[in-house]
Design a protein around this ligand. Structure first.
Ligand code: FE2
Length: 423
């Protein structure tokens, strides 16, 4: 007897009338029209069953702090960094844990079950690191939280930056971070990339850097990141986050750069909501979008995912943990409006994001974790278009969240037939 049998589901790859059989938290069968005895049966009624959403780039230590101690008036990156600096002395471990837990609740309700969060290691107290490790422990039964040691003030630029980052790794932070474009000079930025990649190689850890989050076309730290990845044999374990300078680079240089990134097996994460908000701020018109070259990287075989980056923090006033909103913005900013492009944007917040995070057992396949989301949509494009309701969210066979279907009851003068629902 199965624990759970879902029937008549559509999968993101387009297969219809699919049954998914679950036993002991694992998928034990994925087959068209499969029927079998089960303790619980659910007819998906032709709606989309997707693997859970994954956010490969977030800042959990800053989330839900919007307005503390004041709001960002200009909405710029620099005022955000200044605000974060004002907020830091007021932070308490318990408040950070509580905000992270609150965001985790939002995430689960939106079918977002894996988050890679950068955590600021600049302050010698490492208070955000302790808080995020505690939040990770408390959320472990329902959400996978990966932590990246992120030297916000520059690993070389800030006093004690390297020692603090190493202590964070000693405490159990999973990934080595960096911010080369924020170091004092281009050469110090490149030195930080080399140093941090060597540190990751020594410790056997992945790398995920904020890299070239700038409109400066000469910010080329991604080139060094790809070089060091290849030199140290870190292929498949390194991610470049943001890469916004690529938006403004010379096309000839990019034609050399993208194959280097692909050859090195470096993945890329764009953060569409934040890139379009924070980049191009020094422009008049035309004003640059600032997002990296998503379709071109994908076409070269680079794994590209989309991250949320910020929700209600010093840098961004909006957001709700909805990775479909992220995909929706990414699709527009990258002009990936063809059928294939829109599906790739769905993959950027599901399978590609899981690959960037190195998740195992992810996907709707026999033998994998029974973690999935039932959406009020019939395919990935409709899911993005509607930011579809997450009807049910399961993790390892356990139902974590249910949301009532979105429905509007119409009462229109002169339209007696129009009483159904609309999305
Ligand atoms: Fe970030």
């Amino acid at each position: 007897m199965l624990d759970l049998l879902i029937t008549h589901a559509i999968l993101p790859d387009g297969r219809t009338d699919m049954s998914v059989a679950v036993q002991a938290g694992r998928i034990v069968g994925v087959e068209a029209g499969l029927e079998a005895p089960a303790h619980e049966k659910l007819d998906a009624e032709g709606q989309l069953l997707s693997p859970p959403f994954c956010d490969p780039h977030f800042h959990m230590d800053a989330t839900l702090s919007y307005g503390l101690p004041r709001v960002n008036q200009s909405g710029t990156l620099l005022e955000g960094i200044a605000l974060w600096g004002e907020l830091k002395p007021q932070l308490t471990e318990e408040a950070l844990v509580q905000r992270a837990l609150a965001y985790g609740d939002w995430a689960v309700a939106k079918g977002l079950l894996a988050i890679r969060s950068h955590v600021d290691t600049s302050d010698p107290s490492l208070l955000p690191v302790r808080a995020m490790l505690e939040a990770k422990k408390r959320m472990a039964p329902y959400l996978d939280l990966q932590l990246v040691a992120f030297p916000q003030d520059g690993v070389l630029r800030s006093p004690g930056g390297l020692a603090n980052l190493q202590r964070a790794l000693d405490m159990g932070v999973d990934v080595v971070g960096g911010i080369p474009h924020f170091e004092r000079t281009m050469s110090e930025g490149a030195a930080s990339v080399k140093l941090l990649c060597e540190l990751a190689a020594e410790r056997g850890l992945p790398v995920d850097m904020h890299c070239d989050e700038s409109d400066d076309p000469l910010s080329r730290h991604i080139e060094t990141l790809a070089y060091e990845t290849q030199r140290l044999g870190l292929q498949g374990r390194v991610n470049g986050s943001h890469l916004t300078s690529m938006h403004s680079m010379d096309n000839y240089y990019v034609s050399k750069l993208i194959p280097l990134i692909a050859d090195a097996g470096v993945s890329a994460v764009a953060n569409p909501l934040i890139n379009i908000t924070l980049q191009g701020r020094h422009d008049t018109y035309p004003r640059r979008r600032g997002m990296t070259r998503v379709p071109e990287l994908m076409a070269a075989g680079v794994t590209v995912a989309f991250g949320h980056d910020c929700v209600m923090d010093p840098w961004y006033a909006l957001g709700s943990g909805d990775m479909l909103e992220v995909a929706h913005m990414g699709l527009h900013v990258a002009q990936m409006t063809g059928q294939a492009g829109m599906r790739q944007c769905f993959e950027a917040v599901t399978t590609n994001a899981a690959r960037v995070m190195g998740l195992s057992g992810y996907g709707i396949e026999e033998g994998f974790d029974a973690s999935f989301v039932l959406l009020q949509a019939s395919d990935p494009v409709e899911a993005i278009r509607l930011r579809a309701t997450r009807l049910k969210v399961w993790r390892r066979g356990q139902l974590l969240s249910e949301t009532a279907p979105a429905m509007a009851r119409l009462t229109l003068p002169g339209r007696p037939g129009a009483t159904g629902f609309t999305r």
